[in-house]
Design a protein around this ligand. Structure first.
Ligand code: NAP
Ligand code: COA
Length: 270
């Protein structure tokens, strides 16, 4: 998909993308690079990051890899410091790293719940906190990728729903606290996005077909459509937007929890 935004919007800027080694995060990293930003990629698996960095380089952009676990503040802090040392500044942070799986709350272990909160919510705080001193130098922008599960009760995902709701609240709190440093803090909440690890985990087999039929716009979204939303928020087009969560879900959340009621049995394999 050709972007609706003019090219070169982010020339001279530096972006740091967690979860940049695959899926939506990789798409965002490539899009920000195509818009002129130098891009730092963070994830646990160096090979995944290197593949994305090579694609960015092949397209004429510049990217570097910083393997780290978002759950470990010191690792994230060191990665962001190293990116700033390499590129000279930081303008944009995108939090896309996350973990999710289908699990009934009644049998989910305490460690399973904590692990997802740790990656999604604490990991997002860790990256925001580590990025603050660098973003504050000239102002900048943070975008965290949440999910419709933050608002809509969703079976088998209480861990991810709680984590994403926490991120959306954190987004509003940081937007208020950091506005005086010229840092805008927003979120994008995607609905179901095709060809992603997320949807292969969350809508396995026949549930994908059932789910697709229920999306008001009649289809799943694309990674490109999430990239467009992120570009809007980090670009001058979004200069007066902070503390917002932009839903990019084909209208899915308008239906509330209703569609899940008759899918829950199917999802639980009953
Ligand atoms: P994905 O490809 O699995 O992306 C998640 C990335 O996070 C992976 O590259 C993973 O790399 C990284 N990651 C996981 N745990 C990490 C950790 N502890 N430290 C550092 N990096 C870690 O999945 P996706 O479907 O594209 O999802 C991307 C984002 O979009 C997530 O925030 C997800 O919640 C959100 N989202 C997705 C959908 C969808 O339809 N797919 C819908 C709504 C929201 P490593 O394993 O190498 O670390
Ligand atoms: N159902 C129920 N519990 C699960 C589970 C599942 N499918 N997968 C993991 N868990 C539990 C584990 O049993 C463990 O709890 P326990 O110690 O009580 O047994 C806990 O979660 C941690 O699992 P572990 O595999 O040690 O975590 P990890 O840190 O290696 O990996 C995950 C984190 C589990 C989120 C892993 O799926 C991951 O790395 N995901 C990243 C990619 C992703 O999820 N993409 C989609 C984004 S929407």
């Amino acid at each position: 998909m050709k972007s609706v935004f003019v090219s070169g919007l982010l020339e001279g800027q530096v972006a740091f993308v967690t979860g940049g080694g695959s899926g939506i995060g990789a798409g965002i990293a490539k899009r920000l690079a195509a818009q002129g930003a130098k891009v730092a990629l963070l994830g646990r698996t160096a090979e995944k990051l290197e593949r994305v960095a090579a694609e960015i380089a092949a397209a004429g952009g510049e990217a570097r890899c910083f393997p780290a676990d978002v759950r470990k503040f010191l690792e994230v802090d060191q990665a962001i410091k190293a990116a700033v040392a390499a590129f000279g500044r930081l303008d944009i942070l995108v939090n896309s790293a996350a973990g999710n799986f289908l699990a009934p709350a009644a049998s989910l272990s305490a460690n399973g719940f904590r692990t997802v909160i740790d990656i999604d919510l604490c990991g997002t705080f860790n990256a925001c906190r580590a990025a603050f001193e660098h973003l504050a130098k000239q102002g900048g922008s943070i975008v965290s990728i949440t999910a419709t599960q933050a608002e809509v009760p969703t079976p088998l995902q209480c861990h991810a729903g709680a984590a994403k709701a926490g991120i959306e609240k954190l987004t509003r709190d940081l937007a208020l606290e950091w506005a005086r440093q010229g840092i805008r803090v927003n979120a994008v909440a995607p609905g179901p996005i095709e060809e992603t690890e997320g949807m292969s985990r969350l809508a396995p087999g026949d549930t994908a077909t059932t789910f697709k039929k229920r999306v008001p716009l009649g289809r799943w979204g694309t990674i490109d459509e999430i990239c467009e939303a992120v570009t809007y928020l980090v670009s001058p087009a979004g200069a007066y937007v902070t503390g917002a969560t932009l839903l990019v879900d084909g209208g899915t959340s308008l239906l509330g929890a209703g569609p899940w009621l008759d899918m829950i049995g199917e999802m639980m394999g009953e």
